[in-house]
Design a protein around this ligand. Structure first.
Ligand code: ADP
Length: 216
């Protein structure tokens, strides 16, 4: 079991609000771990996938543009997603720690994020990258398809999302390593609580400024 939320939960040092990224291929458990991180570390979870799915459900202009792209497993255009994230970040400006999930997904988005954050006098403080072998990812997503019925959990869309991840998203980690942001690679295989124990240890290490066990 993961430790319950308690007084000893690591928090960002007083006055310093952090920006973290939860990163990983489709099906790696980002959303699930993000929910745990949100509670444990008092961060606001901002998932671009969830935001887009809600836009689709509401039939907004953004939703109409994104629906078909998402169902095919492709990435929505950078400028559209950049605008959404920028307006949300401006609203949370300096008042809270933020955990981004599903963004940035391309090196261009990462550079746009760096610019947005520089404008707000902030920066990415850490990246936690979940590592799960691809055959297991596909199994997890097909299982989720049966349970949740997400339009992009068809075998074809799953393969396309894996392809996009390998082609465009994996390079985002190198971008952060290059600019000196701590990147912690965490083994994402195992029970949710076990994975969260590893995730929590890595985030604590970063927040306390200690060197990491793995990663950079
Ligand atoms: P998963 O990680 O399982 O693919 P997400 O909920 O993060 O699920 O994303 C679902 C879909 O939403 C993606 O396949 C893509 O079409 C779209 N999407 C989410 N975030 C982005 C982004 N940052 N850039 C482009 N498209 C995105």
């Amino acid at each position: 079991m993961a430790a319950a939320l308690g007084d000893d939960a690591a928090r960002a040092p007083a006055g310093k609000q952090v920006i973290g990224l939860i990163f990983g291929p489709p099906g790696s458990g980002k959303g699930t771990q993000a929910g745990r991180i949100e509670k444990e570390f008092g961060m606001s979870h901002l998932s671009t996938g969830e935001i887009l799915r809600s836009e689709v459900a509401h039939g907004s202009a953004v939703g109409k543009e994104a629906a078909r792209i998402m169902a095919a497993g492709d990435l929505v255009p950078d400028d559209l997603i950049d605008r959404i994230v920028e307006s949300l970040l401006r609203r949370t400006d300096s008042s809270s720690s933020v955990l981004l999930d599903g963004f940035p997904r391309t090196v261009e988005q990462a550079k746009a994020l760096d610019r947005m954050l520089a404008d707000l006098n902030r920066n990415v403080d850490f990246v936690v990258a979940l590592d799960v072998p691809e055959p297991m990812l596909v199994d997890r997503l097909l299982h989720r398809a049966a349970v949740e019925g997400r339009t992009d959990d068809t075998r074809e869309a799953i393969m396309e999302r894996m392809h996009e991840y390998r082609l465009r998203t994996a390079a985002v980690l190198d971008h952060y390593r290059r600019i000196g942001v701590p990147v912690a690679e965490v083994d994402g295989v195992g029970a949710v609580d076990e994975v969260f124990d590893r995730v929590r240890d890595e985030i604590k290490r970063v927040l306390e400024g200690k060197p990491q066990a793995r990663g950079i």
